[in-house]
Design a protein around this ligand. Structure first.
Ligand code: SAM
Length: 361
């Protein structure tokens, strides 16, 4: 008996030691990778990554520095650093970087780091305001980055087929109404609107955003007869009972006053219309988010952008991407909506989609 007790105590201690070692390892690896990610971001910013793309073959440091128009010595040091990390391959004094979509995506993600740095002073200031929630709106540069990221990564035909088509089909099955008008609320740089306008030429697609620069970009970039963009400063001064479907993609958790926005959206939604929200697939139970890919991917952006935006004006509710799906569903129902069940088999695994309509008594 005594022997068993000692054994179990030893086991517990070993387990604790292993856990501690693994946390230490995670911290160390995160920090080292972060430093390398910053160096990668620098390479993107000064044009080394683009130079690799244009050269399109293994090249010497001199060729790369000439192509990028940069000082050779700095380029050599950058290449040495990235080669040591295994990001750049070196063979016979020539360096190469694969140009795959995954590489492009990762490099573009690293370009977020300097934007985090730009935000640090503002974030430090608002974090020190202890008694009230204060924040700031999405910086234009962040929205521009998201626009570029979406251009290569988001809203292709498959995405629309998997995430939105089942909603449109359910809407038709329930109402027998043809969809004539869709609103993308908080459309950002407009890629989803453009794709919808192209795929559904008989449906009017409207994109709105509080950010004037985003709407200007959309107007300058996309042109389809069924595509419209509107800048909405506060609220939604659009025609009443107009939309069959209103989409909020990665928007609800960013809003400082989601209750007001949802009540305004109710007035512009047709009586049978559906609202569809997509937000990170994060649980309200924080312990369930350990190793959750959606939480790990979205939360860093939330600390710097989503949460401060949701505290940028009164009532500064402060949801952010950490607002779990269970609480979001409750909130939506409390705002006077009924959740509609739509087949979720193919929904993007990083987000949770909630479809809802106005509650009828
Ligand atoms: C994370 S971005 C998502 C953009 C786009 N839907 C996407 O998925 O790429 C959030 C967007 O919501 C917009 N936004 C934030 N608050 C808003 C409000 N009160 N009314 C309309 N748009 C808002 C921001 O300007 C930004 O474009």
């Amino acid at each position: 008996m005594e022997e068993e007790k000692v054994k179990s105590k030893e086991c517990n201690m070993e387990q604790k030691l292993n856990e501690m070692n693994s946390v230490e390892k995670v911290i160390e690896e995160t920090v080292t990778s972060g430093l390398h990610a910053m160096v990668l971001a620098l390479g993107y910013k000064v044009g080394i990554i683009d130079a690799f793309g244009r050269l399109n073959k293994p090249s010497t440091a001199k060729e790369i520095s000439e192509e990028a128009g940069l000082n050779l010595r700095y380029v050599q040091e950058w290449l040495t650093c990235m080669t040591a990390k295994g990001i750049i391959k070196l063979e016979k004094e020539k360096f190469s970087l694969p140009c795959s979509e995954r590489v492009q995506k990762a490099v573009l993600t690293s370009a977020m780091l300097p934007l985090f740095c730009d935000c640090l002073p503002k974030l430090e200031t608002v974090m020190r305001v202890k008694d009230t929630n204060t924040g700031y709106s999405f910086p234009q540069k962040d929205l521009e980055w998201l626009g570029k990221f979406n251009e290569i990564n988001a809203f292709d035909h498959d995405w629309i087929h998997n995430n939105l088509e089942p909603v449109f089909e359910k809407h038709f099955k329930d109402t027998q109404d043809n969809i004539t008008d869709i609103l993308d609320f908080g459309c950002g740089y407009g890629k989803l609107c453009q794709q919808l306008a192209q795929i559904y030429p008989d449906i009017n697609i409207t994109g709105t955003d509080i950010d004037e620069g985003s709407i200007q970009h959309c107007r300058n970039t996309y042109s389809y007869p069924n595509l419209f963009f509107t800048h909405t400063k506060h609220g939604t001064p659009l025609q009443k009972n107009k939309f069959d479907i209103i989409i909020l993609h990665e928007v609800l958790h960013d809003l400082p006053d989601p209750e007001r926005v949802l009540s305004e959206l109710k007035t512009i939604l047709k009586p049978n219309g559906y609202i569809v929200t997509f937000d990170p697939d994060v649980s309200s139970d924080v312990s369930k988010n350990v190793d959750n890919e959606a939480a790990k991917t979205h939360l860093p952006y939330s600390v710097f952008f989503c949460l401060p935006n949701s505290m940028s004006e009164s009532p500064a509710i402060g949801h952010g991407a950490g607002w779990g799906v269970e609480d979001r569903r409750k909130f939506i129902e409390q705002c006077g909506f009924t959740i509609v069940n739509v087949d979720e088999t193919h929904v993007d695994s990083m987000v949770s989609r909630i479809v809802f309509k106005e509650k009828t008594s």
